[in-house]
Design a protein around this ligand. Structure first.
Ligand code: ARG
Length: 270
């Protein structure tokens, strides 16, 4: 039954796609023979930033570093809750230098940064959802990092096993709609973890494979507006039925690298 959903203003951290391209392949979406249209990517990214601002959200930017083509995917650099920054340690050697570049920004902005000892790809795999921190593993972030994050934040951390390489990060298969609810694609998770999610979120929005493959779950919600891939048409209808307001933003050039809206957006939670 549709209720009146309330938006809350967010603080986002992003990185301009000045050096964005597909230069190596570390997930099934990345294929060097499919070139990125860099001018189109730049326009799509700018539209996302303008759309956030038009909806009242603050957006800050980390300077892009030459030679780091995936640095545009700001979500992977950290998880921030109550002003505490849990940094990153990338699985792929190609991405490792990104952690330091983001750490420099956080320190200059007045934050201390905790450096995880185990592989951890920020909000790519650690998704704050109400009372819980949902934590993906299977392709990137190590289980040991879930324990580190739980110790650091003191928030109950729920480990979730990802099983499909197309959904190699938790944020490609699940996003938080608000403090109470999430949307996800069940088949991206192991059978036991599907049960865990059903228990924690009995009212969740369940996406089809088609909508998940369209990066529909790589979305950002402010509690009312859901910034979402326009290709995820079924999910857009489901969200509308639940009283959310989908705001379609096309990041199709970034899909070629395995990323979408959420991947390009780090949330700084105070
Ligand atoms: N090419 C990047 C990688 O494979 C994409 C990262 C997408 N980010 C995300 N939060 N899912 O690491």
């Amino acid at each position: 039954m549709p209720t009146s959903r309330v938006a809350s203003p967010r603080r986002f951290l992003v990185c301009e796609p000045e050096h964005f391209e597909v230069r190596y392949a570390i997930n099934p979406w990345m294929r060097a023979e499919v070139p990125v249209d860099t001018a189109r990517a730049a326009r799509q990214w700018s539209t996302l930033i303008e759309t956030y601002r038009a909806h009242g959200h603050a957006v800050e930017s980390v300077p892009p570093v030459p030679g780091l083509p995936d640095m545009v995917f700001a979500a992977n650099c950290a998880v921030v809750m109550r002003g505490r920054v849990f940094g990153s340690l990338f699985h792929a050697p190609e991405r490792r230098p990104e952690s330091t570049a983001y750490e420099t920004w956080f320190k200059a902005a007045g934050f201390d940064v905790y450096r995880p000892e185990s592989v951890c790809e920020g909000e790519g795999d650690l998704v704050p959802a109400g009372r819980f921190l949902l934590a993906g593993t299977g392709f990137r972030t190590a289980r040991a990092a879930h324990h580190e994050a739980q110790e650091f934040f003191g928030v109950p951390t729920i480990g979730l096993q990802l099983v499909d390489p197309h959904f190699y990060h938790l944020d490609t298969a699940l996003f938080a709609l608000d403090e109470e609810n999430v949307a996800y694609y069940p088949d991206a998770f192991s059978p036991g973890c599907r049960e865990v999610l059903a228990r924690l979120f009995p009212d969740a929005v369940l996406a089809t494979r088609e909508d998940a493959m369209a990066f529909g779950l790589n979305s950002v919600s402010d509690g009312r507006h859901v910034f979402i891939a326009p290709q995820a048409t079924g999910l857009i209808d489901q969200l509308t039925d639940r009283g959310y307001v989908p705001v379609p933003v096309d990041l199709s050039e970034f899909h070629k690298a395995g990323g979408g809206i959420k991947c390009c957006t780090q949330e700084i939670r105070s």
